[in-house]
Write a protein that binds this ligand. Structure first.
Ligand SMILES: C[S@@+](CC[C@H](N)C(=O)[O-])C[C@H]1O[C@@H](n2cnc3c(N)ncnc32)[C@H](O)[C@@H]1O
Length: 376
């Protein structure tokens, strides 16, 4: 009898970029847990048809057994996640004074200790390694080793795994027992395989039309002021606009790191290399390595769509880590079992064109870069 691929969960799941990569690799991510209902909505829209469900959960209070219970699981073979780093709760504390329970990374470690998975993967920003002169990361790793894991970390760029974006991330991997931890070798940016450029990732997309016009999901333009458009016209590829600090993508290079922002704050989005506007949600998703089947339903505000994309682990990078982990654990993988059929979902566009346009006007804010918005 063939055994089933191992089953795991994603913590702090957002819209589930990490889950997507693990499912693509053929491992069963049965559930994703996340505080933000709009992220759980996107998670479910894009994973339920693949057999994975998202749940709203506050992971600073939920226990590991409670999570398993909600998902109807007996155990988790792997736990993966990218907990937000809360530097204000960490910076300033001397090594030794660090209270691991005061931050969300600490809650990731607590849930690992409660669930005792065979493997865990924690993704974060490279800056994690410099907090308290490296003491914070060292302390985390020591806590995880005390739970019986062999633990190591590395800093990688998503571009090394075929993502058209220079996105550096720190990944901590842990494997139960005493065995070496391996990280996936780069597949791109090598002598044989150049990194994927922004042009090859998004050039086939038409200039964004108004809602519903292009037939491509999540591909509506941001409205800019006439003055902004004038300034963008003279901005060269690969250069920064001195007044607004917008960077224009270079077509021949991977994109700049896409960021998420927080609250009502929308981070500066890159300018398209040939159109005089910031990139759309769809272009952002392509630059994170999401397939066009990954969609954000209309009911999720566009600011949230951009944020969820910017927060995600690029699926091709997640997939490379999942395949490497499965390989070192001797796990069977079955990509076909978790592919699902995206056409079985309800449509992502649930509003009429006029409802969408009304919503868009009501929600227009910072990213439009000017009061007198117009397209020219
Ligand atoms: C960096 S994002 C994770 C993105 C995800 N790894 C992916 O690949 O799409 C971190 C997420 O943690 C969530 N979060 C913050 N506080 C939380 C809490 N107390 N409980 C659960 N999730 C929380 C945020 O809403 C955010 O979506």
């Amino acid at each position: 009898m063939r055994t089933k691929p191992p089953t795991g969960i994603e913590l702090f799941a957002g819209c589930g970029g990490l889950s997507t990569g693990f499912l693509d690799a053929g491992l069963n991510v049965a559930a994703g847990f996340e505080l933000d209902a709009r992220a759980v909505d996107a998670y479910n829209y894009n994973h339920a048809y693949r057999g994975s469900r998202g749940y709203i959960a506050d992971l600073s209070t939920a226990t590991g057994p409670e999570l398993l219970d909600r998902a109807g699981m007996k155990r988790a073979d792997f736990v993966i996640g990218g907990p937000p780093c809360q530097p204000f709760s960490i910076v300033g504390k001397r090594q030794g004074e660090r209270d691991i329970r005061s931050d969300l990374i600490g809650h990731f470690i607590r849930i690992v200790s409660e669930l005792n998975p065979l493997v865990f993967m924690l993704e974060n920003v490279p800056n994690l390694a410099v907090i308290s002169g490296g003491g914070f990361l060292d302390g985390m790793k020591a806590d995880l080793r005390a739970l019986g894991y062999t633990v190591d970390h590395c800093v990688v760029s998503a571009a090394d795994y075929g993502v058209p974006q220079n996105r550096k991330r720190l990944v901590v991997l842990g494997v139960k027992g005493k065995r070496p931890v391996r990280f996936p070798l780069p597949t791109h940016g090598t002598a044989e395989q150049r990194p994927i450029s922004a042009l090859s990732a998004i050039d086939d997309l038409p200039d964004a039309g108004d809602f519903g016009e292009t037939g491509i999901f999540n591909h509506e333009p941001t409205l800019h002021s006439a003055d902004m458009i004038k300034r963008l016209r003279s901005l060269e590829p690969g250069k920064r606009e001195p007044g607004s600090f917008h960077d224009r993508l270079h077509p021949e290079r991977p994109a700049y790191t896409l960021r998420a922002g927080s609250g009502n704050f929308s981070p500066l989005r890159p300018i398209h290399y040939k159109y005089h506007r910031v990139i759309t949600v769809r272009e952002s998703a392509r630059l994170q390595g999401f397939s066009d089947d990954f969609r954000w339903p209309d009911r999720i505000p566009r600011l949230q769509q951009y944020r969820q994309v910017g927060n995600a682990v690029p699926p091709p990078m997640a997939r490379a880590f999942a395949e490497c982990l499965a390989n070192q654990m001797g796990w069977r993988t079955d990509p076909a079992a978790y592919a699902g059929d995206p056409s079985t979902r309800e449509p992502a566009n649930v509003l009429t064109d006029s409802e969408r346009k009304a919503l868009r006007t009501a929600r227009m804010r910072g990213a439009s870069l000017g009061k007198a918005a117009s397209r020219s």
